[in-house]
Design a binder for this molecule. Structure first.
Ligand SMILES: Cc1cc2nc3c(=O)[nH]c(=O)nc-3n(C[C@H](O)[C@H](O)[C@H](O)COP(=O)(O)O)c2cc1C
Length: 665
């Protein structure tokens, strides 16, 4: 069925076993800037899992370019690490490229102890810092370092190198008129802006010869006002290929762009058209990337001719065996990347090693194991939210006899709520995955089953896991018991009808997502938008209005000075942008003191104010459901706690805890 995906890809004389590429990921697994065991274990699993080509990096060509969190390749002492990596990747039949990296003005001065360098001193919105302009001598030195790095990669046995010319890093900075304001031979015109890359390619070729594979990763469109679009990037790609590059890996825009690149709000394969734009201009293989998750989607991209290979990035973090499972048609067994970024980008931005919400083993391949069960054999897991489901499947894999009891009529718990808001629907893929795995593994799932200590005792279980989740808080605010006040959970479940004006109390993640859900009601669908656009039925301005102006006016009242403080950095700005577009009013430092028919009374710095509201929605956090735990304690039945039942946290915490508790039982 996946005819194209599993057809080998040839780049010059290099044959790659399929068209599945693991693109470069800064993982923060290498505190010494050298290949570590953690990194080897991570990539071994992906090579073993059937991936065709693994691109490792960014590999900083020097400390200023790469900084302390990335891999380095500054001198020959780095080579042995890459030799090991090449050996591991090759042993499992995959090919290896190293991505040669220089951040330019995207480097943070606190990381390198000096100002970042760039073609011109143009402040970046990403670092909020102004870099230092490179002298001509320094530019030549960086070109030389790229060439030396390529030679070291070759000596180490990597099959090729990829230059990073995407995401707004140094190469992008030379190519863009926004960041390259030089008046010498490296700036001022299309040709001059290309000079740095062309000279770099020439120097690399001098070192590694004509046969070695040298490629580039490019932003298909910078998505920066006044920057390079797909047309111009295609022209640059053509120029670079003529100069001697062997493939072009096309992704989306810069870190600074206001167009989201990674979160689940990005439709699957949304940027594949950028690869096609470049593919039309070059004769070498073109890769495409971003939010390609399902094997059939990947196959269709190839069959329809958008690109020659697909980068399956986070989806291979979520499931190292993505390729093998795809090949064997075991699509439902693939742990899905939902684009939440909780484990990857959010952690990387806070300087922590990459993990994955959907896969508790990612980054722990050498440490976390699923060992066969010892001794006691029969377990009940109470609560089929993410933590309970993960515990149940882990225990079953270990050989336990497992029952999963759920009080409601379906598994998934709060994932249903997380996946309700527009652009958050991918969360629901986790439920599909667990549903399938529970059935495949033979976990006995009992729905509509309320657990009591007595029932558990009757079941004769050797071990008990309590994953009974949490319930929403209802604080003691005067007027809170009126019939126009609802919990966000009820709203997201579609259980209530709301008035025109809605006040959401609480601006944390749930409040923000609920506000987006409500404010989107009455906006047109993607299909209607396409229909109206193609038939030129409305002006672009009117279409924008139809996409953003719904049937409710929504206000969020938050006690803290900030909206969404519990949202990850990589997602927060996207959701705040969405609130703004939908016209959601945000009121911070607001302490709600009373709810009256038609209005909410709140205080800001002691001053009483009022916000009119026909309906009030509570998103004020949750409390653990611990009645069962208390009962079990009284009955002296031993148990373990998992997820929100212990302490309300994020889905990633519940899944990881579910795994860890089950793997140690
Ligand atoms: C945590 C994280 C680190 C990344 N680091 C790099 C990098 O160093 N170099 C690069 O070219 N892309 C990097 N990317 C982008 C990925 O290679 C990939 O293009 C992106 O995740 C979109 O593809 P996906 O939706 O298949 O994951 C990174 C992405 C994430 C989430």
């Amino acid at each position: 069925m996946l005819r194209r995906l599993f057809t080998p890809l040839k780049i010059k004389d290099l044959e790659i076993r399929n068209r599945i590429v693991m693109p470069a990921f800064g993982l923060a697994y290498t505190p010494e800037r050298k290949v570590s065991q953690k990194l080897l274990d991570f990539y071994q699993a992906r090579a073993q899992g059937g991936c065709g080509l693994i691109i490792v990096g960014g590999v900083g060509i020097d400390f200023v370019g790469g900084g302390p969190m990335m891999l380095g390749i500054d001198d020959d002492s780095f080579i042995p690490g890459y030799e090991k990596l090449a050996e591991v990747v090759h042993r499992h039949g995959a090919k290896l490229f190293l991505q040669l990296f220089h951040a330019g003005r995207y480097q943070f001065s606190f990381l390198i102890g000096q100002k970042a360098v760039a073609p011109s001193p143009v402040k970046s919105r990403y670092t909020k810092e102004e870099p230092r302009e490179l002298s001509k001598e320094e530019i030549l030195e960086i070109e030389d370092k790229f060439a030396q790095a390529a030679l070291r990669a070759k000596k180490a046995g990597a099959d090729g190198v990829e230059l990073i010319g995407s995401a707004g890093y140094l190469i992008n900075q030379f190519l863009s008129p926004i960041t390259n304001q030089r008046t010498d031979e490296y700036g001022g015109s299309f040709e001059n802006r290309a000079r740095f890359v062309l000279e770099t390619i020439e120097k690399i070729r001098e070192k590694v010869g004509d046969d070695y594979i040298v490629t580039i990763r490019m932003s298909g469109n910078d998505f920066m006002p006044g920057g390079n679009d797909n047309e111009i990037m295609s022209e640059y790609a053509r120029l670079f290929v003529e100069k001697g590059l062997d493939a072009v890996n096309v992704t989306g825009g810069w870190h600074e762009t206001r167009v989201p690149q990674l979160p689940m709000a990005v439709p699957p394969g949304a940027f594949t058209y950028l690869a096609l734009g470049i593919k039309r201009k070059v004769s070498v293989p073109v890769f495409t990337a971003n939010r390609i998750n399902h094997p059939l989607q990947a196959e269709r991209i190839l069959q329809e001719g958008w690109a020659d290979a697909v980068c399956i990035g986070r989806a291979q973090i979520a499931d190292p065996e993505w390729a093998n499972k795809a090949k064997e048609g075991r699509f439902d067994e693939i742990r899905p990347c939902v684009g939440c970024m909780q484990g990857c980008m959010d952690r990387l931005f806070s300087g922590k090693p990459v993990e994955c919400l959907a896969n508790p083993l990612a980054g722990y391949e050498g440490e976390r194991k699923i060992e066969p069960a010892k001794g006691k054999k029969k377990v009940v897991v109470v609560g089929a939210g993410p933590g309970g489901c993960e515990s149940a499947i882990t225990l079953k894999k270990r050989g336990y006899e497992v029952e999963l009891w759920e009080e409601s009529d379906k598994i998934g718990g709060q994932i249903h709520l997380a996946g309700t808001s527009p652009g958050r629907g991918d969360f629901l893929r986790l439920i599909d995955f667990y549903q399938h795995e529970l059935a495949r593994l033979g976990v006995k799932v009992k729905l509509n089953k309320k657990a009591t200590a007595q029932e558990i005792e009757k079941g004769g279980f050797d071990r008990v896991i309590v994953a009974s989740g949490a319930s929403p808080i209802k604080p003691n605010i005067p007027g809170i018991d009126q019939d126009f006040v609802h919990q966000a959970w009820e709203v997201l479940k579609g259980e209530v009808e709301l008035g025109e004006k809605v006040a959401v109390l609480g601006g944390g993640a749930t409040g923000v997502e609920t506000a987006i859900y409500i404010a989107s009601q009455g906006t047109i669908s993607a299909e209607t938008l396409k229909f109206l656009f193609l038939n030129q039925a409305e002006t672009p301005e009117k279409l924008y209005e139809l996409c953003t102006k719904g049937t409710h006016q929504v206000a969020i009242l938050e006690m803290l000075p900030k909206i969404g403080p519990d949202l990850g950095v990589a997602t927060r700005w996207v959701l705040l942008q969405e609130l703004k577009r939908l016209g959601v009013k945000t009121i911070t430092n607001a302490k709600v003191v009373e709810i009256k028919p038609g209005e909410v009374i709140y205080e800001v710095e002691g001053e009483k104010k009022s916000e009119s509201a026909d309906s009030v929605v509570l998103a004020l956090g949750s409390v653990p459901n611990q009645e069962l735990a208390e009962e079990l304690k009284k009955a002296e039945i031993e148990f373990e706690m998992v997820g929100d039942a212990k302490e309300p946290r994020k889905i990633i915490d519940a899944i990881h805890e579910g795994f860890l508790v089950a793997s140690k039982l």
